[in-house]
Design a protein around this ligand. Structure first.
Ligand code: PBG
Length: 329
């Protein structure tokens, strides 16, 4: 006689909250979050970003409060992105090398307020170039690899001298991690980490970010000659392998939600920590759905972040870091 009941009842462990939490395979905590913050010139400025409702550009004097908030919420690290004034954006991006540029001031402000808080900074020239590209441009429009790498080393050292803990090259030039690592070691910055944007795709989801840092209006053409083709996954593994061999301490996959398969592949193949960047367009689409009344914000946000952990991430860069930390705290 066939059993009149299922031999296995997977629902059995789901019936009560205590049991669900006991059986949870993945956890999410404020310690998993990196909070990206946009910085702008001026004093006392909180400047809303039109395409990212709820996210503001902050002037440097407002960063101490953000640092204090991060520490109070248990967020271990802030990532900084400067909105450089238009007249400082040049063909050669030389403002990236100015020891008193906006991002260096911002690093110092965070470190003054909270020395124990991690500070991550992007390395790429797009906040500083008049054409909006991450690298230097030849007269014919090509983005030049090796001369760009030399400037990126200078930018990294500039940011390390200001007190940055993690250098995150997001430019996708070949060979930059090795050059930056050598530069850092050469100046004695042996404890400065490199989190390589190893698999960074040429994505439609960066639109609001380019609005936030003001580079969108300047950008000529697209970034497809250096950022990855969304069609590719094996190529991402090659990027990661090179960045590890060149001295990266951790790697990033970006954007996040459309690339969870890449995170999982990297996690399975390599033993370095993997991070994801839930980028501006991902934030904007959740916000739009919430504003339209079709998503429950808090649950949706936590579900996306848990998804990154389940896919194999050690942590996530997300504009939702303060909200998620509050919800989890
Ligand atoms: C710049 C950079 C970008 C982002 C982080 N660093 C944009 C780009 O490559 O055009 C995107 C982050 C986001 O969309 O939230 N090198």
């Amino acid at each position: 006689m066939t059993a009149s009941y299922p031999a296995t009842r997977l629902r059995r462990t789901r019936v009560a909250p205590w049991s669900r939490s006991l059986h949870a395979e993945t956890t999410l905590s404020p310690a998993d979050l990196i909070w990206p913050i946009f910085v702008t010139e001026g004093r006392g400025v909180t400047d809303p970003i039109r395409t990212m409702p709820g996210v503001d550009r902050l002037s440097v004097d407002r960063l101490a409060a953000a640092a204090n908030e991060a520490v109070a919420l248990g967020i271990p690290c802030i990532a900084l992105f400067p909105n450089t004034q238009g007249h400082l954006r040049t063909e050669d991006g030389k403002e990236a090398l100015n020891p008193d540029n906006l991002v260096c001031q911002a690093i110092k402000a965070l470190k003054d307020a909270q020395p124990g808080l991690g500070v991550l900074v992007d390395v790429a020239l797009d906040p500083y170039t008049s054409h909006g590209h991450d690298g230097l441009m030849h007269d014919d429009g090509r983005i030049l690899n090796d001369v760009t790498v030399e400037v990126l080393v200078g930018q990294s050292l500039n940011q390390a001298r200001a007190g940055a803990d993690i250098i995150a090259p997001s430019d996708m030039m070949d060979g930059r991690v090795a050059a930056i690592r050598a530069g850092l070691e050469g100046e004695g910055f042996c404890d400065v980490q490199i989190m390589a944007y190893a698999a960074k795709y040429a994505s439609a989801f960066y639109g609001p970010f380019r609005d936030a840092v003001g580079s969108g209006g300047y950008l000529k053409g697209d970034k497809k000659t250096y950022q990855m083709d969304p069609a590719n996954s094996r190529e991402a593994l090659r990027e990661v392998a090179f960045d590890i061999a060149e001295g990266a301490d951790s790697v990033m996959v970006k954007p996040g939600m459309p690339y969870l398969d890449i995170i999982r592949m990297v996690r399975d193949r390599f033993d370095v920590p993997v991070f994801a960047y839930q980028v501006s367009g991902e934030y904007a689409l959740i916000e739009a759905a919430v504003a339209a009344g079709v998503l429950e914000k808090d649950r949706a946000v936590l579900e996306t972040l848990l998804g990154f952990k389940r896919a194999g991430c050690s942590g996530v860069l997300t504009y939702y870091a303060p909200l998620a930390a509050k919800l989890l705290g």
